[in-house]
Design a protein around this ligand. Structure first.
Ligand SMILES: Nc1ncnc2c1ncn2[C@@H]1O[C@H](COP(=O)(O)OP(=O)(O)OP(=O)(O)O)[C@@H](O)[C@H]1O
Ligand SMILES: [Mg+2]
Length: 235
């Protein structure tokens, strides 16, 4: 039996000077579910994460969280209510150490959040805990961003492109870890270009193109879908 969605996004439109970055996207995610969000560059994935997390206000459509419209909730309120995200281009406090960055986030921890040490272990950053964040490479900065989000204790975690730059073993480890979060009933939306990583994470993907969803289903079926192939191959 299917559960109530934790998040429902209905017919979201977001325009920038007349350009439709999002053109009526609809999707939902249940507690404990991992949804993969894939699509070519510029298809609107990050814009959708920005709308859900409250960084952008949509020009149309609704975002429902636990069945309530959250249009009037600013970003910090969404975070307090359990909606947390990572950034495609993270911006840690560079002069602070890795641990201090996570501690800052932990200051806003919700009940049940991971401890700072657990978040560092979880992301494999424990050995780098005392290094300044500016000494991390870009994939480590993404992991730090993930640790920061986890230290707040999300119920809905929006992950924007974590895989780039990570090796196969690290990816495997992170995929296992993210699945363990879903096993503990966290919902995740994972934006990703690395389809092998998506495949390790989830069976359900939405493929976006030009601000719309063009496919929903398994990655295997997506690969066989004529519209999806046309979009990826540019035909
Ligand atoms: N703040 C903004 N101002 C103007 N245009 C924007 C803005 N944010 C996004 N866009 C445009 O909206 C479209 C969707 O961008 P978005 O970043 O959501 O794509 P994406 O699917 O995340 O791409 P990528 O895979 O490259 O990260 C692009 O054409 C982008 O240039
Ligand atoms: Mg993006």
């Amino acid at each position: 039996m299917s559960r109530e969605p934790l998040l429902s996004v209905e017919k979201i439109v977001k325009t920038f000077g007349g350009f439709h970055a999002l053109d009526g996207v609809t999707l939902s995610v249940e507690p404990g579910e991992i949804l993969g969000l894939v699509g070519p560059n510029g298809s609107g994935k990050t814009t959708l994460i920005n709308v859900i997390s409250g960084l952008y206000h949509p020009d149309g459509g609704r975002v429902l969280y636990r069945g309530r419209s959250i249009a009037s909730w600013p970003m910090h309120q969404r975070a307090r209510q359990g909606i947390n995200r990572t950034f495609q281009i993270p911006k840690p406090f560079k002069s602070l150490t890795v641990r201090e960055n996570v501690e800052l986030a932990y200051h806003f921890a919700r009940q049940g959040a991971m401890t700072v040490d657990n978040a560092l272990d979880f992301t494999g950053l424990a050995p780098s805990a005392d290094r300044p964040a500016q000494s991390l490479n870009s994939s480590q900065q993404k992991l730090l961003d993930l640790a920061r989000a986890l230290a707040i204790g999300p119920d809905l975690l929006l992950v924007d492109e974590l895989a780039a730059g990570l090796g196969p073993q690290e990816l495997h480890h992170i995929a296992d870890s993210l699945r363990s979060l879903a096993d503990r009933s966290m919902a995740l939306i994972v934006v990703e270009h690395h389809l092998g990583f998506v495949n390790q994470l989830t069976d359900r993907v939405i493929v976006m193109n030009a601000g719309k969803e063009i496919f929903e289903g398994s990655l295997t079926l997506a690969a066989e879908d004529a519209t999806v192939s046309a979009v990826y191959l540019g035909t």
